[in-house]
Design a protein around this ligand. Structure first.
Ligand code: GDP
Ligand code: FE
Ligand code: FE
Length: 199
C-alpha cells in the first residue's frame, strides 16, 4: 500500500509507526479490517474535501481499543469521569466512546475532530462532520466487508456521502431490530436526523 506522508501535527510519528502501534493493539483479522477502512476513508476524504491525513489517522485508530477487556473500559469510564450510564453498556459502544480516551492516552492523539470521529463511528450522531461521516461509512463499506447489500452500499458511498450515512444507519437498525438487540438511544437519534430528514 502507498505510504501517506504525515505532517506530525496530529500524531508524533509516521504512518508506518502508527500502523505498528495499531497492529500491536488488535488481532490480525481486525488489523486487516482497519487497513481496509483506511483505504476507503482516504478515497472518501478525497471526494468530500476532508483532510486526508486526518481521515487516515482516524481510520487507523477507529477500532484501536476494540479488544480491550470490560474491566479496562469500566476503569477508564471511572477515571475520566465519563457518563456513568456508559457502565450499563458493553464493548460495541465502549470501543468508540471510551476507546477515544484510550487512544488519547496511549497514542497521544488529541485532535478533537479525530477523536470525535472515533466516538461516533459505531452509532453516528445527530451532528456529524464530514470526517465523522467518512469514517462511519468507510467502516461499513471497506473491501473486506461481506453482506448482501455491500455492493449497493459501496456505490452510494462513492456517490453521495449523506445518502450513504442514511443507508448504513437504516441497514444497521433493521439488523438490530430483526435480531432483537438493544438499540443504543443515540442510534435512534442518528436515524431521526439522517434517515428521516434525508429521504
Ligand atoms: P466494527 O467495530 O468494525 O465491528 O463495527 P462498528 O463499530 O460499526 O460496530 C460494532 C458492533 O456494534 C456491530 O456488531 C454492530 O452491529 C453493533 N451495534 C451498532 N449499533 C448498535 C446498537 O444500537 N445496539 C447494539 N446492541 N449493537 C449495536
Ligand atoms: Fe468499531
Ligand atoms: Fe471497524
Amino acid at each position: 500500500m502507498f505510504d501517506l506522508k504525515y505532517h506530525k501535527k496530529y500524531f508524533a510519528g509516521s504512518r508506518v509507526e502508527l500502523c505498528t502501534k495499531v497492529q500491536q493493539s488488535v488481532g490480525e483479522k481486525r488489523y486487516r479490517h482497519i487497513l481496509g477502512v483506511e483505504k476507503a476513508a482516504i478515497e472518501l476524504a478525497g471526494k468530500n474535501a476532508v483532510d486526508v491525513e486526518k481521515a487516515s489517522i482516524a481510520a487507523l485508530v477507529h477500532d484501536y481499543a476494540k479488544e480491550r477487556s470490560a474491566e479496562e473500559f469500566k476503569k477508564v469510564i471511572d477515571r475520566k469521569h465519563l457518563d456513568p450510564d456508559l457502565l450499563k453498556w458493553n464493548n460495541f459502544i465502549w470501543h468508540g466512546v471510551v476507546g477515544a480516551e484510550i487512544i488519547e492516552d496511549e497514542l497521544k492523539i488529541s485532535d478533537p475532530e479525530i477523536l470525535n470521529a472515533v466516538r461516533r463511528h459505531t452509532v453516528g450522531s445527530v451532528k456529524m462532520t464530514q470526517l465523522d461521516k467518512v469514517i462511519y461509512v468507510a467502516d461499513f463499506v471497506e473491501e473486506g466487508r461481506v453482506f448482501p447489500d455491500v455492493d449497493f452500499a459501496r456505490t452510494i458511498a462513492f456517490k453521495n456521502l449523506d445518502q450513504a450515512v442514511a443507508f448504513e444507519t437504516k441497514h444497521t437498525l433493521q439488523y438490530l431490530l430483526s435480531a432483537n438487540k438493544t438499540i443504543y438511544p443515540t442510534a435512534i437519534e442518528t436515524y431521526n436526523r439522517w434517515v428521516v430528514a434525508v429521504n
